[in-house]
Ligand binder design. Structure first.
Ligand SMILES: NC(=O)C1=CN([C@@H]2O[C@H](COP(=O)(O)OP(=O)(O)OC[C@H]3O[C@@H](n4cnc5c(N)ncnc54)[C@H](O)[C@@H]3O)[C@@H](O)[C@H]2O)C=CC1
Ligand SMILES: O=C(O)C1=N[C@H](C(=O)O)C[C@H](O)C1
Length: 264
């Protein structure tokens, strides 16, 4: 039985993660960490009426008082790193879907995981289809190095570009040399018109009500184009990946950044 704490249980992803813990027979939810409601029970909220676990607002105290194997963090970019550091201090393995980590954050946390010899997973996207979209894009870039990424999300998202878009760009950059794209004398008549720059690749972020999580990777070559597209239509699409990460993190002694590293 793997003992889980979910941080961010009343959020869109956190809600699904709590349901996952109830559904899976080898997971047990022991507590949740929320931004408020310290001392209440999750079952005090109608949508969780059958989930009787304590709510903590201080992660440190939660881990001092409860026996926990894995932290599932689905909060906000401002807290992801801090929560992982607290988990490491208590010997708890973090599975983190929260986005907004910088390259420096990833290397700091990798060092910490190695010092503690604790497994940890940061997964910018838990959906298997999104992982495949990233892997296919990495392969395509070897042959078609002109590429632009268009990601679309709901308008409550805090970070841009998305964690998935940044991870995709990073994987593609492993396959191609930095390359200026577009005309050399191109002028942006409005700042941002050409999107964010990642080694010459352009990333465009759309934020609209009604969207969930979508990304298209566009490749262009002489007389041809290639589009690789993934859509998450609801947040249940992420949960098999969360379960995979929980199972795998127990076997790791280092930090893995991206679920593509855990599937063949
Ligand atoms: N890796 C993946 O596959 C996915 C990752 N995400 C990421 O997961 C995160 C959460 O996304 P959503 O659920 O859509 O956001 P949301 O805004 O619906 O939920 C975030 C929750 O975190 C809580 N929270 C904020 N600060 C906290 C703190 N210090 N301690 C505990 N809880 C805190 C908020 O009260 C809120 O309930 C975002 O960073 C998002 O980019 C979202 C979808 C998929
Ligand atoms: O905030 C979201 O919703 C999502 N965030 C992740 C990201 O930043 O890539 C994963 C998915 O796209 C949904």
């Amino acid at each position: 039985m793997t003992r889980i704490v979910v941080a961010g249980p009343r959020g869109k992803m956190g809600y699904e993660a709590v349901q996952l813990c109830i559904k899976e027979q080898d997971l047990t939810l022991v507590a949740v960490v929320d931004s408020k409601h310290d001392g209440m029970r999750l079952s005090d909220f109608p949508e969780f009426s059958d989930v009787d676990v304590p709510i903590y607002t201080e992660m440190d105290r939660c881990f001092s008082e409860q026996n926990v194997d894995v932290l599932v963090d689905l909060t906000t970019p401002a807290f992801g790193k801090k929560h992982m550091e607290i988990a490491f201090l208590h010997g708890v393995r973090p599975v983190v879907g929260t986005t907004g980590f910088s390259d420096q954050d990833i290397s700091d946390l990798t060092r910490l995981a190695e010092e503690k010899q604790l497994g940890a997973i940061i997964a910018p996207n838990f959906a298997i289809g999104a992982i495949l979209m990233m892997k296919f894009s990495q392969l395509a870039a070897r042959y078609m190095p002109d590429v632009e990424i268009i990601e679309q999300h709901h308008d409550q998202k805090l970070d841009a570009p998305s964690g998935t878009a940044l991870k995709t760009a990073q994987l593609i950059a492993q396959e191609r040399q930095p390359k200026h794209q577009g005309h050399e004398q191109e002028v942006e008549e409005r700042a941002g018109a050409r999107g964010a720059d990642y080694e010459g690749m352009r990333i465009h972020s759309v934020r609209l009500p009604g969207r969930v999580a979508h990304q298209e990777v566009l490749f262009g070559g002489e007389g041809q184009t290639l589009s690789i597209k993934h859509d998450s239509l609801n947040r249940k699409s992420f949960m098999p990946g969360v379960k995979l990460a929980i199972d795998q993190v127990l076997k790791l002694e280092t930090l893995v950044y991206g679920l593509e590293n855990l599937i063949d």
